[in-house]
Write a protein that binds this ligand. Structure first.
Ligand SMILES: [Zn+2]
Length: 88
C-alpha cells in the first residue's frame, strides 16, 4: 500500500489464516512471531523475510491510498494486534 503524497508504504503479507502488516524499513511485522521471537532478539519472522524477497524480485502489487487514510490503517493494525495476541 502506497500512501500519497508522502510516499509512506505499508506491506501486507497474506498468510494462511491472516493478513499481516509489515514494514521492512522499520523491521516491523504484526504477527505473533515478530512479538515473541524477533523483538526478543531472534530471527526476523517469515513475513518480513518474504516481503524483502518480494521487493528484491519485484513481485508485489501496489495499491495507492491518500495520506489521510494512513492513520486509520495504523489504528486497524493496532486493533488487529490486540485481537491476535488475545487469541492464543
Ligand atoms: Zn510476521
Amino acid at each position: 500500500m502506497l500512501f500519497l503524497p508522502s510516499g509512506k508504504r505499508l506491506w501486507i503479507v497474506v498468510g494462511k489464516d491472516n493478513e499481516y502488516w509489515t514494514d521492512p524499513d522499520l523491521g516491523f511485522c504484526s504477527c505473533k512471531d515478530f512479538y515473541f521471537t524477533t523483538l526478543s532478539g531472534g530471527d526476523e519472522c517469515y513475513h518480513l523475510k518474504s516481503v524483502r524477497k518480494a521487493i528484491e524480485e519485484n513481485r508485489f502489487t501496489t495499491i495507492k491510498f491518500a495520506d489521510s487514510e494512513y492513520v486509520g490503517y495504523l489504528q486497524a493494525i493496532a486493533e488487529d494486534n490486540v485481537n491476535l495476541l488475545g487469541r492464543s
